[in-house]
Design a protein around this ligand. Structure first.
Ligand code: 5GP
Length: 110
């Protein structure tokens, strides 16, 4: 059985998060320990643990998250940002549920 991470629980609304965007495929929420004025996490609703576990069947997911982040940033007027995937424990990944970090020096207008 797949191990349920904190992001499964956020996805399934079992624990709260500051959700900034949601659709049928993706959820985006504020990082609880922000490292930039805007620090968001984009997760696919379909679970994949890590970039290291992506297969040909799930290879569209990392790109989909990038497109959702790009669209979100454009809509919010965030002009410059960093997008990061941490891969594996040694790559700095602490939550084993695929997620894309969006960080910007620009704040997010509420
Ligand atoms: P990673 O290092 O795995 O790429 O990033 C995981 C991120 O998730 C970290 O930046 C961490 O601050 C964030 N995080 C961990 N637990 C929670 C949580 O319960 N809620 C939210 N919103 N973010 C979390």
């Amino acid at each position: 059985m797949e191990e349920r991470t904190i992001f499964h629980k956020i996805r399934d609304k079992e624990i709260p998060a500051a959700i900034v965007y949601e659709d049928d495929d993706v959820l985006a929420f504020k990082d609880i320990r922000p490292k930039a004025p805007t620090h968001l996490l984009f997760i696919p609703k379909h679970f994949v643990a890590s970039i290291a576990d992506v297969t040909p069947e799930t290879a569209h997911l990392p790109g989909m998250l990038i497109l959702k982040a790009q669209k979100f940033a454009a809509e919010k007027g965030i002009r410059g940002y960093k997008l990061t995937y941490h891969v594996g424990k040694e790559g700095g990944q602490e939550v084993m549920y695929l997620h894309l970090h969006l960080m910007s020096g620009q704040g997010l207008e509420e």
